[in-house]
Design a protein around this ligand. Structure first.
Ligand code: PGA
Ligand code: ZN
Length: 431
């Protein structure tokens, strides 16, 4: 007897910023139940699938998701009840066809993703499997984390333009040791900020520090110093990553870096970033350029692609069509994977497969507005993506994912390939 969906139910909850989002429960024919909570971004890409908001300003300033919940409880429930829950591609195809729009704007990508993930989790419950086994693409592997320490841009009240300054603790024997190093480095960074007399503007959206630093370059210096202060070797044990999130300070062909006192075209920004990869242990740069500057991305990839992970977030929006174009045109060498940018699990897997088949790295990522759902930890492990980006080591919505990875390492003896990180992900980096 196939395991079928008996019911789905959605309701409105709050995300880590106190904004409404969806929770969805799926119940299967054998009584197994799975829930999923849907994340939400702030620095969203133009080409993302549409997150349906009510627009009724009397509730949550228009950000309510009661319409999306009603879609799940009505139209979507009618379409998926009775369907084989173990056929994830079939469920997701039904959802996509029912919506019928290119960017999932009719029913909402938030509604579709909630059902897609709740159904997968219910299957794992029914099979009494850990979720990563149910989702597995065949080579599960614990991811190396890219951990936020400092925030700027749209995620903090600070004055620096770049959105994320992160560490990659790779030179360790286990995920648990890598996480411990991250905690020490986070504390060391806080001490350095205080000693420098910089104002700390509280905890940023992804749980890191949001200091009033003089410039982006200062942030990279501070992070490198924090690694040393905590007793680790910058580059050998712990490397740096940044998310420039450049579309959010781009206008008419120019990148205005007020904190650096620079007004740059794409070539100027590429030169600046290239300089920083030589001066800091910076191995991964996300959204270096504007999301529709395909020619600039090609230039960037020619300049830095052999030595640095060039990650497309707003640039690719987890969209197989955009990723394929990037592959064809020699743009970037890695893709950030955010499920709600595309709206179903099956399409998320398709992006991971496409990346792998073409030698692009994949980094499974949370949003700045997160929930207590740890789904991403299992997803990153299941896809064997090798990397995960879920924010800092404070705030419960981040820790539920880190803690799930600790559980997966401890209980399931999954491989940790941190020590191979630099050679595998950055095959040709020479330093
Ligand atoms: P967002 O930020 O969730 O606000 O889009 C995360 C990122 O840009 O990586
Ligand atoms: Zn990003």
């Amino acid at each position: 007897m196939p395991l079928t969906i008996q019911s789905v139910h959605a309701w409105e909850i709050l995300d880590s910023r106190g904004r409404p989002t969806l929770a969805v429960e799926a119940v299967l024919s054998d009584g197994a139940t799975g829930t999923a909570q849907v994340p939400s971004g702030a620095s969203t890409g133009t080409h993302e699938a549409v997150e349906l908001r009510d627009g009724d300003r009397r509730r949550y300033g228009g950000k309510g998701v009661l319409t999306a919940a009603a879609h799940v409880n009505g139209e979507i429930a009618n379409a998926v009840i009775g369907r084989n829950a173990e056929d994830q591609p079939g469920i997701d195809k039904t959802l996509i066809e029912l919506d019928g729009t290119g960017q999932k704007s009719r029913l909402g990508a938030n509604a579709l993703l909630g059902v897609s993930c709740a159904s997968a989790r219910a299957v794992s419950v029914s099979r009494r499997q850990p979720l990563f086994e149910t989702l597995s693409l065949g080579n599960p592997q614990l991811p190396v984390p890219m951990i936020n320490i400092l925030s700027g841009g749209l995620h903090a009240g600070g004055n620096i333009e770049f959105q994320d300054f992160l560490i990659i603790p790779h030179g360790f024997d286990s995920f648990a040791e890598a996480l411990e190093a991250a905690v020490k480095i986070h504390a060391a960074a806080g001490d350095l900020i205080r000693r420098a007399g910089c104002v700390l503007t509280g905890v940023a959206d992804e749980g890191g520090w949001g200091p009033l630093l003089p410039s982006n370059q200062h942030a990279l210096r501070l992070l490198t110093d924090a690694i040393s202060e905590a007793g680790y070797q910058p580059g050998d044990q712990v490397s740096l990553a940044i998310d420039v999130a450049s579309s959010h300070f781009y206008a008419e062909g120019r990148y205005k870096l007020k904190s650096e006192g620079r007004d740059l075209g794409s070539e100027g920004l590429i030169d600046l970033l290239a300089d920083w990869t030589r001066r800091f242990p910076l191995v991964s740069i996300e959204d270096a350029l504007f999301e529709d500057d395909w020619a600039g991305w090609r230039q960037l990839t020619q300049a830095l692609g052999q030595t640095t992970q060039l990650l497309g977030d707003d640039f690719f929006t987890t969209n197989p069509v955009r990723l394929q174009r990037g592959i064809d045109e020699g743009c970037a060498n890695a893709v950030l994977v955010k499920m709600n940018q595309i709206g179903t699990l099956t399409e998320t897997f398709a992006v991971c497969r496409l990346a792998r088949a073409n030698g692009y790295a994949a980094v499974v990522s949370a949003r700045s507005g997160e929930t207590e759902d740890s789904f991403l930890a299992d997803l990153a492990t299941a896809t064997g993506a090798g990397q995960i980006k879920i924010g800092s080591i404070t705030r419960g919505e981040r820790l539920t994912k880190y803690n799930r990875l600790l559980e997966l390492e401890s209980r399931h003896g999954l491989a940790w390939r941190g020590r191979q990180y630099r050679s595998e992900i950055l095959k040709k980096r020479s330093t």
